[in-house]
Design a protein around this ligand. Sequence first.
Ligand SMILES: Cc1ncc(COP(=O)(O)O)c(C=O)c1O
Length: 393
Amino acid sequence: MRADPLHYLSDELHLLKEQGLYRRLRVLDGEQKAHTSFDHRSVVNLSSNNYLGLTTHPKLRDAALEATRTFGVGSGSVRTIAGTMDLHMQLERRLAQFKRTEATVVFQSGFAANAGTVSSVLGKEDFIVSDELNHASIIDGARLSRATIKVFPHRDVNAARAIVKELPRDRRRLLITDGVFSMDGDLGAIPELCDVADEFGCIMMVDDAHASGVFGSNGRGTIDHFGLHGRVDIQVGTLSKAIGVLGGYVAGSRALIEFLYHRARPFLFSTSHPPAVAAACLAAVDVLESEPQLIEQLWENTRFFKSGLQALGFNTGISESPITPVIVGDALLAMKLSDALFQEGVFAQGIGFPTVARDKARVRTIVTATHTRDELQFALDCFAKVGRSLGVI
Ligand SMILES: Cc1ncc(COP(=O)(O)O)c(C=O)c1O
């Protein structure tokens, strides 16, 4: 019999189990909503990125169904061959207006937008100066670019400046940060990094995946929130989180977007979104503009839930957004806390290495605009009960 050349994978999995890092996928039985059913258990859902509840919004659902009836289920090609539909172009124009930039390009995911952009805009003679907690898609894009990667401690602008100061001025230098950090919920040092970029002539890039639909007027993101229009050369947003659908986009100058049309590999070598996705995203931008009360409700829920966790004595770190981590340190304890909460009727995913540092395991919570006050109070009561029984508080 042939020996399995992949046998080492089972060893790795065994190790993950020992370390408490093995994750069984929870299966969603119905719709992605604030109160729903996972693994046949009815739970208050604090684990999705569905900040505004748009995954089930009637306007998006109708737009997707209508586009499917009219245009079918697939685009049939990559964008650069035959897969650019009028809906894709409408969405790009609409997002550019929304983000107040010259142009945008839509990618299949936020991951593809980051990785495809960083890897094509920089080359092996260049430098990337990156916050240590930037998203994996930025890190992978940076590696693919073959540029020299310099990492600065989280939000440490002085350290970033010291790195940039030493770099050769005749090389391209990219300064890059997440807008909202997905595991801690804090904001990137964007205004200060923009100052460094201006001082030294760097390219400034912000990944606003978790800020899209959450920060800024009508959810325009952190650049709008901080009043930095015109000072960030490359803005990435996602259509997969608050927008409720799927995809990512890059907003910037017309030249940047046309360059990405020609050089960004996920754009060139992977099929474009089905019409339903583009149409639902267009409807989502309508909703952001016409229903700002959703964003207000998101923030009201965030304040209530975050202050409730803090009053109970949980360590919620440095969050400034609807992402509130409950940091416990040990991965096994985080998974135990998550499992016990699930048994009580609350789904808050446990997260450990490599997504966060080994000693910073946590349960991550994200409230949405569509959680009711009763649901959030129920979740707080469960956190209190389980947190006490496990000695976390
Ligand atoms: C900061 C950040 N950037 C990019 C992404 C990727 O976005 P998407 O899920 O649309 O691929 C994520 C999602 O995990 C994220 O948290």
